[in-house]
Design a protein around this ligand. Structure first.
Ligand code: 3EB
Length: 330
């Protein structure tokens, strides 16, 4: 018979959920703090720091100065590099990142293929077997038409590189277009020694079931992922997609409202507290820089007290003007 004390023990052994904060500090300060697993700088102004836990994300932030994003665990952190993959680990958690220049891979499909092959090969050497959350930042994501659109080429390469890696279930994910002058594909992930619980959104068709019109290869991602300790939800890139259809073409405000309805439905499905507050850092990706002030004002009104980083980024469907992702901590 299992004793209550053993159940508590099992629970206590689960990796403690990392913290995610946005703050105005220097990379050196953030990286020197105990338990820093990763720190992110945004845009061309982010400094180059020789530490595998530091990542410069090729998206411009509309806040000046751009805050850093910092991930911290309650443990010692070790870090290193293996071929093109830089990584750090501690407390049962793993951060891994890869950046490939498409000019060395023959385009975006080749870059996605190679990046996922390398990430997969690296993951096979690790105890943190469960990839719970992935971010993909892609140059000129909406360039090209129909099946030739670069996002669709990315999806083809990603699926080919992954093979059966996510056969047991997809992680939560984001895929956003960047405007960096170099055609770099950047992918980073958070993995854990324990599995999470994938959550789908009752308002949205699961991405892997999207019909053919959205491309040869359906994107493989879950709408959200509960971390093993069940006290945090990783929220995938979420836009005004209802069923599988883009809603409110050309109407920024209506798209944002629809996105918030999607997020509320996701929280309810995940059994997380309703609404967003100081414990739910979010990112907003805005297609047109001229919409940034409007999006900031709408979010301040609708989600007061929520830490939001507003970034210049393109949603993978060209009719979509804004997307949100982030975290809901209990
Ligand atoms: C959507 O709802 C928006 O290709 O990994 C969101 C999150 C989107 C992840 C991906 C794509 C991806 O379909 C697009």
């Amino acid at each position: 018979m299992i004793q209550a004390s053993e159940i508590l023990q099992i629970h206590a052994d689960l990796p403690r959920t990392p913290s995610v904060t946005y703050r105005t500090t220097s990379p050196a300060m953030a990286l020197a703090e105990a338990g820093t697993l990763a720190a992110f700088g945004f845009g061309a102004g982010a400094p180059d720091v020789d530490d595998t836990r530091w990542l410069r994300v090729p998206l411009e932030c509309f806040d000046a100065p751009a805050p850093l994003e910092v991930w911290q665990v309650d443990a010692e952190v070790v870090f290193g590099r293996q071929d093109n993959v830089r990584w750090s680990a501690g407390g049962g958690w793993l951060f891994a990142a890869i950046e490939l220049d498409e000019r060395t891979t023959g385009g975006v499909e080749g870059a996605a293929h190679q990046a996922y092959v390398e990430l997969r090969r690296f993951m096979s050497t690790r105890n943190e077997r469960y990839v719970l959350r992935i971010w993909n930042y892609i140059a000129d994501i909406n360039l090209g038409d129909g099946d030739g659109e670069r996002y669709k080429q990315f999806c083809d390469g990603r699926a080919a590189g992954l093979g059966d890696f996510f056969a047991e279930g997809y992680p939560a994910a984001t895929a956003i277009g960047h405007h960096h002058r170099d055609p770099v594909l950047q992918i980073y992930l958070l993995a854990c020694v324990e599995d999470g619980v994938a959550v789908e959104n009752p308002r949205q068709t699961s991405a892997w079931r999207y019909p053919r019109e959205y491309g040869r290869t359906s994107p493989g991602f879950a709408r959200g992922m509960l971390l093993p300790a069940r006290d945090a939800l990783a929220i995938s890139g979420t836009a005004a997609v209802v069923g599988h259809t883009s809603a409110h073409e050309g109407d920024l405000e209506a798209q944002l409202e629809e996105t918030l309805l999607n997020l509320e439905a996701l929280l309810a499905t995940a059994d997380m507290p309703a609404g967003f507050d100081t414990h739910s850092p979010l990112k907003g990706y805005v297609r047109h820089a001229t919409d940034a002030a409007h999006v900031r004002e709408l979010l301040q009104r609708r989600l007061p007290s929520v830490p939001v980083l507003l970034m210049h980024g393109d949603v993978c469907r060209r009719e979509l003007l804004v997307e949100l992702d982030g975290w809901r901590f209990k």
